[in-house]
Design a protein around this ligand. Structure first.
Ligand code: PMP
Ligand code: GLN
Length: 384
C-alpha cells in the first residue's frame, strides 16, 4: 500500500460485519437495513432488467429518467432548481460521489476541513486526492455532539480549499441547525471556500429537527456539491445508486473524475430509483416514523442497559458513552462484545484523528427489525 493509504488498512465496517457473521452475533454495526426497500421498487428493477433497460452501459452522467427525478426531488423538497443535464450526476453510491468530488476539487497540499468524528471514506479520499485533512471535533454538550463555530472558523487557513460537511451526521446523529448552517455558509462565502455536503440521511430527521440543505443558503448554490444516496433513502444499499447536484462548473469537474472511477454503474437500478424518487410523501413520512420508533426502542434499551445515550436527532445511528459501564476503551469493548453479549457495534474512535477524544464512544445502528433490536437490548442488559 502506498504512503497515502498506509494508515487506512481494512474499513471497520468490513471488519465488524465479518465478526458478526463469524460469531453469529446480532449486527448493529454496519449501517444497512435488514429489511429491503419497497416491493414496488424492487419490481421496477425487475421490469427494467426484463425490458432491457440499463443492461448495457448507461449514459455517463446517469439515465435521463433518474437525473430528471433527482432534480424534481430537490425542487419538491427544498425548492432547489437544477438542470438535469448540466447540474445532476448519478454515481455508484454516495461513496463514489465523495471520492469523485474530492479527487476533482482538491489540489495536492490543500487543506480539507471535516467534522470529526468523520465517516471513514472521507479521510481515505482526502488522502487519495493528496489533501490534508483538518478535523474539527464535535463535542458532547447537553446530550448531543455539537459543533463549535469558533473552532470551525479558526480551522480555516490560507490553504483551506474545501469544507466537507455531513448533516444529518454519521455517527453522532447530530443534525446541524439552520443557524449553524447559516454560519457555515457565511464562512464559506467570506473565505471563498468550496463545500461538499454529504446529506445521505436527509430523510431521517426526528422530532423538531429539520434537514436544510447547505445549497439553499445565500451564495452557496455556486460553491456547493450536494450528495444523496438511494441506498440510505430507499433501503437498497446493495444497489449502489447515489447522486450529486451542483452548479454546472462544479458538476462538470466531479463528472470528469467520476468517469475514470467507475465510468457508470447500476444500469437497471437507476430506472427503479427514478420511480422511488417519485413515491408520494407518505413513503418518506412512513420511513421516518418507522426509524423514529426504532430509535426510541434502541435508545431506551441502551439507557436501561447502563449506557449513556446521545439521542440522535437524525440518521439511523445512536452513539453511546460506555464509561457508565465501567469501560473506557471502545475498541476493546467492541472487540469483546460479540463474545460477551452476541452483539456487534462500531467503536467511534475509528472516526477520529484525536483517537483519545473518541475512545469511550460506541455506535449502534437501529435500521434493524424490531425483534432484533429487542433481542439486542435484552442481551446488552446482561453486561452489568
Ligand atoms: N456518507 C455517509 C455519511 C454514510 O453513512 C454512507 C454509508 N451509508 C455513505 C456516505 C455511503 O453511501 P452509499 O452506500 O450510497 O455509497
Ligand atoms: N455507511 C454505513 C455505516 O456508516 C456503512 C457503509 C460501508 O460499509 N462503507 O455504517
Amino acid at each position: 500500500l502506498n504512503r497515502r493509504l498506509a494508515e487506512f488498512g481494512t474499513t471497520i465496517f468490513a471488519e465488524m460485519s465479518a465478526l458478526a457473521v463469524s460469531t453469529g452475533s446480532l449486527n448493529l454495526g454496519q449501517g444497512f437495513p435488514d429489511a429491503d426497500g419497497p416491493e414496488e421498487i424492487r419490481e421496477a428493477a425487475v421490469r427494467a432488467l426484463r425490458d432491457g433497460r440499463g443492461n448495457q452501459y448507461p449514459p455517463g452522467p446517469g439515465v435521463p429518467e433518474l437525473r430528471t427525478a433527482i432534480a424534481a426531488h430537490q425542487q419538491r423538497r427544498y425548492g432547489l432548481s437544477h438542470d438535469p443535464d448540466t447540474e445532476v450526476l448519478v454515481t455508484a453510491g454516495a461513496t463514489e460521489a465523495i471520492a469523485a468530488a474530492l479527487l476533482a476539487l482538491v489540489e495536492p497540499g490543500d487543506e480539507v476541513i471535516a467534522l470529526e468524528p468523520y465517516y471513514d471514506s472521507y479521510a481515505a479520499c482526502i488522502a487519495m486526492a493528496g489533501g490534508r485533512r483538518v478535523p474539527v471535533t464535535l463535542r458532547p454538550h447537553e446530550g448531543a455532539f455539537r459543533l463549535d463555530l469558533d473552532e470551525l472558523r479558526d480551522a480555516v487557513t490560507e490553504r483551506t480549499r474545501l469544507l466537507l460537511i455531513n448533516t444529518p451526521h454519521n455517527p453522532t446523529g447530530t443534525v446541524l441547525t439552520r443557524e449553524e448552517l447559516r454560519a457555515i455558509a457565511e464562512l464559506a462565502v467570506e473565505r471563498d471556500l468550496l463545500v461538499v455536503t454529504d446529506e445521505v440521511y436527509e430523510h431521517l430527521v426526528f422530532d423538531d429537527a429539520e434537514h436544510v440543505p447547505l445549497a439553499t443558503f445565500p451564495g452557496m448554490r455556486e460553491r456547493t456539491v450536494t450528495i444523496g444516496s438511494a441506498g440510505k433513502t430507499f433501503s437498497f444499499t446493495g444497489w449502489k445508486v447515489g447522486w450529486v447536484t451542483a452548479a454546472p462548473e462544479l458538476l462538470t469537474a466531479v463528472r470528469s473524475a467520476k468517469q475514470f472511477l467507475t465510468y457508470v454503474a447500476s444500469g437497471p437500478f437507476q430506472y427503479a430509483v427514478a420511480e422511488a424518487l417519485r413515491l408520494p410523501d407518505s413513503y418518506f413520512e412512513d420511513f421516518r416514523a418507522d426509524m423514529r420508533a426504532k430509535r426510541d426502542l434502541l435508545a431506551t434499551g441502551l439507557t436501561e442497559a447502563g449506557f449513556e445515550v446521545f439521542r440522535p436527532a437524525g440518521t439511523y445511528f445512536v452513539t453511546t458513552d460506555i464509561r457508565p459501564l465501567g469501560e473506557s476503551d471502545g475498541f476493546a469493548f467492541c472487540r469483546a462484545l460479540p463474545e460477551r453479549a452476541g452483539v456487534v457495534a462500531i467503536p467511534n474512535a475509528v472516526f477520529y484523528d484525536h483517537r483519545e477524544a473518541g475512545a469511550p464512544f460506541v455506535r449502534f445502528a437501529f435500521c434493524k427489525r424490531t425483534e432484533i433490536l429487542e433481542e439486542a437490548t435484552h442481551r446488552l442488559k446482561s453486561l452489568t
